[in-house]
Design a protein around this ligand. Structure first.
Ligand SMILES: NC(=O)c1ccc[n+]([C@@H]2O[C@H](COP(=O)([O-])OP(=O)(O)OC[C@H]3O[C@@H](n4cnc5c(N)ncnc54)[C@H](O)[C@@H]3O)[C@@H](O)[C@H]2O)c1
Length: 410
């Protein structure tokens, strides 16, 4: 069993740390946020994720998972810090740079650094170069140069789906890209200790590209579904019925349209590809534009309907970026609510996954869906949470409804 440090204890790092501890490793979770460290030390998760709380309590209770604010020497160091984009859609690798600076002093000969964060192509090589500059006493790998090193470096992107993270960390297939083949093999040994899905060894640039291609694929396909929803609206057609019928074709599988695209991955990662070579990525950039435009269209539809019932509030069902999570990052539903609130609309918001509304919407009422529907003249279904599925159709009757999430689609 190995000593493993997991740097960044968020949606990815915390489940990874808990699973590694369950597999018998001695794990030090490391995060710059003292509240996160404190919660983990107490065996509590700071976000909702099925099975995580149970796993965490067992890991902390067994003494195999501890948490701290700074890294310590270990056999494996997993970097799971955020990699967002800037306001002008460029990769923001500042968290990774800070984590690299904190990690460098504790590197010891024989250890392996694994970058799990989603990164632009070339980021793993830059990580190796930065560590080499910070630790001239250690031999760091150079891409493709198969020679002895003191510190191995690999990129193993996470492909988990929030809401199924624990199960997917174990079962998903993995792409493990090394700076060298030896780096990939050493990283692979760690995943072999807890992951049951097939593991595919390659170089780090390919692994970076694969992860970005996966999320750009999803984004482009969702953009197609969203574009169909705009066309159907213009032509007076039911997009959900039309897609259901089109998908009866043996070689057609159109995705579901929605209020937009949110979350920390699909709305962000395609920009890493577009930024690398803008002129070579017109489709990816257009898909981003189509998906980014959708929340404004839904807000405009709701505004237009609300004009017909000006004395009654608008009920919004769902605020998170997708069903059955408590995650608001890049949420199109949140943007729609903010746009309507900025117009001065009275909003009743049903969001069963949040204990309270986010600060920008605190002046709105946070109600159970039934109560919100009863009082509203207009309804926006923004997220198809499971909890909304049992609402009777009659609760929507007589109201202007924009069903952006397809909750009411047969
Ligand atoms: N959330 C997902 O479902 C998902 C899925 C696949 C890949 N990813 C990728 O995984 C990476 C992490 O995403 P996440 O969703 O877990 O992010 P997150 O924001 O939930 O968590 C990141 C954590 O890192 C901590 N942190 C920031 N800088 C740090 C530093 N210098 N040292 C130590 N800790 C630091 C933060 O305090 C935070 O707790 C990103 O690159 C993301 O794109 C996420």
């Amino acid at each position: 069993m190995s000593r493993v440090s997991v740097i960044g204890l968020g949606y990815v790092g915390l489940p990874v740390a808990a699973l590694l501890a369950a597999a018998g490793h001695r794990v030090l979770g490391c995060d710059i946020n003292p509240a996160v460290v404190e919660a983990v030390q107490a065996g509590r998760s700071h976000f909702q994720e099925p099975d995580l709380e149970m796993l965490l309590q067992a890991a902390v209770g067994s003494g195999r998972l501890t948490a701290a604010l700074t890294p310590q020497p270990a056999d494996y160091h997993l970097l799971c810090v955020p990699t967002p984009i800037t306001a002008d859609h460029r990769p923001d690798l500042s968290h990774l740079a800070a984590a690299t600076r904190a990690l460098a002093p504790v590197l010891t000969p024989g250890c392996c650094v694994i970058l799990e964060s989603t990164c632009p192509v070339g980021a793993t090589e830059r990580l190796a170069a930065e560590l080499a500059a910070l630790r001239p006493d250690l031999r760091l790998p150079v891409l493709g140069r198969e020679e002895p090193v003191d510190v191995h470096i690999a990129h193993c992107p996470e492909r988990v789906l929030p809401g199924r993270t624990v199960q997917e960390l174990i079962g998903n297939e993995r792409v493990i890209g090394g700076m060298t083949a030896a780096c990939a093999r050493l990283a692979d040994q760690l995943y072999a200790s807890f992951a049951t899905g097939a593991r595919h060894l390659t170089d780090c640039r390919t692994a970076e590209f694969v992860k970005l291609a996966e999320n750009a694929f999803r984004d482009v396909n969702i953009a197609f579904a969203n574009e169909l929803s705009l066309l159907a609206e213009r032509l007076g057609l039911d997009v959900w019925r039309a897609i259901a019928l089109a998908n009866r074709h043996p070689r057609v599988a159109i995705l579901r349209p929605g209020a937009g695209v949110g979350g920390h991955c699909i709305a962000v990662d395609p920009w890493f590809l577009a930024d690398a070579a803008p002129d070579a990525a017109p489709l990816i950039r257009t898909a981003r534009a189509v998906n980014d435009a959708k929340p404004r269209r839904v807000a405009a539809q709701l505004s237009a309907l609300a004009a017909a019932a000006p004395d009654r509030p608008i009920a919004l069902l769902g605020l998170t970026y997708k069903p059955d999570v408590d995650d608001l990052r890049e949420s199109p539903a949140l943007l729609i609510a903010e746009l309507l609130a900025a117009e001065g609309r009275e909003l009743l918001i049903a969001e069963p996954h949040l204990p309270q509304l986010p600060p920008a919407l605190r002046h709105c009422r946070h109600l159970p869906a039934e109560a919100a529907l009863q009082a509203a003249g207009t309804v926006g279904v923004l997220v198809a949470h499971s909890a909304f599925r049992s609402l009777p159709r009659s609760a929507f009757a007589g109201r202007g409804v924009v069903d952006a999430a397809g909750l009411l689609a047969a």
